[in-house]
Structures are given as C-alpha cells and as structure tokens.
Design a protein around this ligand. Sequence first.
Ligand SMILES: Cc1ncc(COP(=O)(O)O)c(C=O)c1O
Length: 389
Amino acid sequence: MNIIETENKYTSGLYAKQTLTIVRGQGASLFDVDGIEYLDCAAGHGVANLGHAHPKIAEALFKQASTLITLFESFPNDQRAALMEKICGLLPGLDRVFFCNSGTEAVEASFKFSRISTGRKNIVAAMRAFHGRTYGSLSATFNKKYREGFEPLVPGFCHVAYNNIEALDKAVTDETAAVILEVVQGEGGVYPANVDYIQAARRICDERGAFLIVDEIQSGFGRTGRMFAIQHYGVTPDLLTCAKSLAGGVPMGAVLIGRNVKNLTPGVHGSTFGGNPLSCAAAMAALTVIEEEGLPAQAEAKGRYLMEKLKKIESPNIREVRGLGLMVGIELKQKVAPYIKALQEKRIIVLNAGMTVIRLLPPLVISYEQIDHLVDLLTEVLATEQKDE
Ligand SMILES: Cc1ncc(COP(=O)(O)O)c(C=O)c1O
C-alpha cells in the first residue's frame, strides 16, 4: 500500500497533509517508514510530554486492556477512583473532577457548569484565544479563520484584549457566568499572561460573582515548569480544563472543579467514554511518571536553557523569543511556513502558532544534546530569509 496516496484518497480533506509518513516514536524522536529519525518539537501538538512509547504507559495500557476497557461512570471502578484521588490532590481547592475525552469537551463542560451554577449566560474570553472547535469552545475561540462559515455561534460570548486589566474590568458584569483564559496562549502565538493580569482576573471575578476558568489543555502537566501553569501565578481558578498529555497520549480530557461550583447533579452532563478504566489507568501512569521523573522541573531547566540559547541567535529575521518552560515561541518578521519546511528537511519537526510564530512544544524528556542540535539547525535556517516557492 502507498500510505500517502491512500490517505490522500480517503481523507476528509480537513488536514493539510505532509509528505512525511511517521510510523514509530521513541522519547523525543519520531521515525519515518524508512527508519529515518526526526527530532519531534511538536509532540503531537503538546500531547507527548512524556515522550513517545514510554514503557510505563505501554505497560499500564496492556494490563488494563486485558482487565476492563470500558465502564460508564455511574459504576465505580478501582482505576477511576485512584485517578480521581490523585488528580484532585494536585491543586488545593479543586477537589472534584469530570472526565471526558478531549480538550474541546472539557471546555464545553466548563461552560455548562458555569451557566448551571451561576444561573448566568455570559462568557468573557480573550482575543487570540483558542479553546477548541465544537460550538461552545468555538464561540470562545477568537480567530475568525476557525469561526467563519459556522455561524450562528453560541450567544453570550465576547472577547477582550489579553493581558489588559482595564478591558477585562469593563467586560465582566453581574451577568457574567465565567471568564475563560489560557495562562499561556498557545495557538494564538505563545503569549504568557502577566502575573498581575491573572491576579486581577481572579479579583474581578470574585467581585462580580463570576467564575474564573483556566484552560490548561496545552500548558498543563509540567509543560511550563510546574504541574499546571497557573501555579506560577498564585491563583486558584473555579474550573480548570485539561486534556492533551493527561493520559500520556491516550485521548482524555478533564475538568477540575472548585468548591463554589454547584448544581452538578445526576444527568446534568455526562459522557459515554468519560472516565473509562483504560484512559484512567493511562493517566494514573502518566501522572506517576511526571512526578517520578520530575518532568516539571526538567521543563523549567530545559526551557530556560533553550530560551537563553535562542535569545543569543543573531538573525535579522527574529522579532522576539518568548515562552514559559518548554512552551516556546519564536516570532519572526515574516511568515514561518518556509522556515518550518526548511527545518523539516533537516529532520526537525516544529509547529507554527499563527502566521509568524514558530512554536516549540518538545516532549519534556528531550535531552540537552537534542536541544543543542535544535538550536544549531534553527540558527542555520534563520540565518537567511526563506521564501515560499
Ligand atoms: C488551549 C487549548 N484549548 C483547547 C484545545 C482543544 O483541544 P482538542 O483539540 O483536544 O479538542 C486546544 C487544542 O489545541 C488548546 O490548545
């Protein structure tokens, strides 16, 4: 079978397909059909924080798959109970959890919980925000590229400038159910929030009786140097959404729920696959690995090392280097697409964040040698202006 031709024939058409077929992963490396190694600085859009093919995840999956894969959450289960206890011990004040299967589902649930709990309708989100592609999440997502053609979106949503306390202060009223913020905007260009902004968001929400939702789908599970990015800010949200690397690469989402959230009674919300024992076993293994291998501390140290090196690159094409931990953006003065292609030709896989930002989300297990290699090749590629053919 010709893999590329077959995918091109049967694809929905929703993805701009690469001409590179990946069949295997190991740590921070991916391998193509011919066994050629690529350095993965995308981690499946921030999913593979533990690296690829982690033996502890494989072992947990094998064991649980041969025990019990599926069970609706109305029946208690050993794997789910253990994970619930573990995940609710991560952030003081967030001591209940709803499990689902993806990031966008976690965001949807956080909006439903906010509305049912406060009896209010309005949600305030930020410009440049990305929260997912289903209707509620899409209504909170800012970029019109994702929204156009899908209107009418859900009523009650508005967007305000990010990192702007005055704009948030004006937008939040006594009819606001929730404010939703990424602590580091990912898709929107890798912009970390200022500490005073997040603290002001907490204060404004408290004053007006609105919830603060933090979307940690991309920034969670060690990526920014703490288990959750919000821990850099000394603030407890009412709801925290997570997914991506929660279960070591197995699809899973979750909402951590604060003490003021009420009216979550049987039937109000739910999910067929949510909290299935297979995903729960994988997530438990992932959280154990994150703690045992000290991945947040690794992300902090490696992120600092990477950013220092990136800031030393002398290139007329770089506008700014920014980020938190191993969530790093390199903003260029021109479009990044040809640079990303040039890097891929040198066997480095990176992401974009919008048109002008190269986004680096490597597995947190990336080695210092691999970071040096990445910086060497970035330096080479960024030395000259790359143009679209
Ligand atoms: C911050 C943020 N929220 C939500 C989502 C949506 O997650 P999913 O693609 O799992 O639905 C993403 C995905 O990139 C994200 O980065």
